[in-house]
Design a protein around this ligand. Structure first.
Ligand SMILES: [Zn+2]
Length: 476
């Protein structure tokens, strides 16, 4: 029997708010343990939570970025369970009345067609504390760090619309791009600001039955997400073929062994309305204000890059995939560089150079004006491509302007025909057999002669001009 998989995702995203969700403690989970705490987020009895407006705004921007409808009324519930990282016995979450519903994102499917993947809802919740297990020493101990307790999160719950690991990976890429654009989180699976759980079931291909699902957790990269789903689909098919039923439970992905292992039965404790946190009532005026704050999103930006700059679809999508990159390329173009030159040099030279140096487009010292300065010398034929690459590397190391670096390196291009004439004469005299070959119709001899002339100029000659002069002299 042929099977198909049915996949839904639950994505926790940490919002980059200055404070926690229900108190004024700094939202910096990585600080010294238990530095950022107060009676509210230590969950002492009697402490009254007060809901953060910034958390609501950042969460709402996520909802709008993911095409969700923000609900007029939403409210917090107590999700009741006990665990050492949640000693108060409940987590504040929106189980019954989430902030937003009915969203979607488009991905390009494996068949190249656009596929709309739906989002069921988005709710807000507080993060729990963090357990630190120390296994060194005579007795293993577990410590609790409350810096993360009460940190603001949104949870995005999709419809089970995905049919392959590929769909799930593309969805997460698209989601990450949208949320980074609205500026609510950096969505890093590696550092834990985005955590993705996958609900996976299988069914005979072509049917629409919904079978028991298994939840898989603990993937810390998009690649691991794909690997974990692939493994889990194969495991479930093997179970069914062996006559073993699939039971509802949670499994952990082991990135070393590349397997999932059973963890526990899936949690389903009671959720009761919280009496302390006020209901959230959203007015149309406030919604309009949030809408107005929404930046130009990647799909619109790619369309504009095609229209305004004449980029191909592929170039435009690549240049608008990250907001920082899109703003950088636009700044370079606004310094008078041709869009094609800017795009080509960013993709093939600048981004690889950044990666090599482990810098980002935000923290690099090569700001758009300096990069544009270099490219404008290239466009004006003052330097050739080899020299531009050399000077680009120096831009990362020094503060000098591109023009200063070109002078210091002595790589200004020789575009003076009279200076090149004499040099080319010497090359022709020294390579009589290549000249003869060319006259006998061996066209690749031209390439050889150009190479010789470039070498004689120390790499500084304008190759276009050399070709022109050679063509004239050889009477081609
Ligand atoms: Zn606090």
């Amino acid at each position: 029997m042929e099977y198909e998989s049915v996949i839904g995702l639950e994505i926790h995203v940490e919002l980059n708010c200055a404070t926690k969700m229900f108190c004024d403690c700094p939202n910096r989970p990585g600080d010294e343990p238990n530095q950022n705490t107060c009676p509210i987020c230590l969950w002492f009895p009697g402490a009254i939570p007060k809901f953060s407006r910034e958390a609501l705004e950042k969460a709402s921007m996520v909802c709008l970025g993911l095409n969700c409808q923000i609900q007029e009324r939403s409210a917090f519930d107590q999700k009741v369970y006990y665990y050492p990282d949640l000693p108060k016995g409940f987590q504040l979450s929106q189980a019954h009345r989430p902030l937003a519903r009915n969203g979607w994102l488009d991905i390009t499917g494996q068949d190249g067609k656009t596929k709309k993947l739906r989002i069921h809802h988005i709710h807000m919740e507080e993060d729990v504390a963090k357990l630190v297990h120390e296994t060194e020493g005579r007795t293993p101990i577990s410590l609790v760090d409350f810096n993360r307790a009460g940190a603001p999160l949104v949870e995005i719950v999709t419809e089970p619309d995905m049919r392959s690991p590929y769909d799930a990976m593309e969805f997460i890429r698209a989601l990450r791009t949208q949320i980074r654009y609205v500026g609510s989180s950096d969505c890093s699976m590696e550092s834990g600001t985005m955590r993705v759980d996958a609900n996976i079931s299988i069914r005979p291909k072509g049917t629409d039955q919904m079978n028991t699902k298994v939840e898989v957790k603990n993937m810390n990269s998009i690649r691991h997400l794909g690997d974990a789903i692939t493994y889990e689909i194969q495991r479930q098919i093997a179970c069914l073929q062996g006559g073993e039923p699939i039971v509802l439970h949670t499994r952990l992905w082991d990135p070393e062994k590349k397997v999932t292992t059973a963890m526990r039965g899936k949690f389903s404790g009671p959720c009761v309305p919280d009496p302390a946190v006020a209901q959230i009532l959203v007015s149309q005026a406030w919604l309009n204000e949030m809408q107005a704050r929404l930046p130009e999103m990647p799909a619109q930006k790619a369309d504009r890059f095609i229209r305004q700059f004449g980029l191909t679809r592929e170039e435009a999508v690549m240049m608008s995939a990250e907001r920082d990159l899109s703003e950088y390329v636009e700044a370079v173009i606004n310094h008078g560089i041709k869009p094609k030159t800017a795009t080509h040099w960013l993709a093939t030279q600048f981004l690889p150079a950044l990666r090599e140096r482990r810098q980002t487009i935000v923290d690099t010292t090569v700001k758009p004006d300096r990069f544009a300065g270099l490219l404008s010398m290239l466009e004006r034929d003052e330097i050739n491509a080899n020299a531009a690459r050399e000077v680009l590397n120096q831009l990362f190391e020094r503060d000098d302007s591109p023009a200063e670096l070109v002078e210091k390196a002595g790589v200004r291009q020789i575009s003076d025909a009279s200076a090149l004439e004499g040099l080319i004469e010497k090359v022709l005299v020294a390579n009589v057999s290549a000249v003869a070959d060319f006259r006998n119709g061996v066209s690749k001899a031209m390439g050889f002669l150009i190479g010789q002339a470039m070498q004689a100029s120390g790499g500084k000659a304008n190759p276009k001009l050399i070709r022109e002069i050679l063509t004239k002299k050889l009477g081609a």
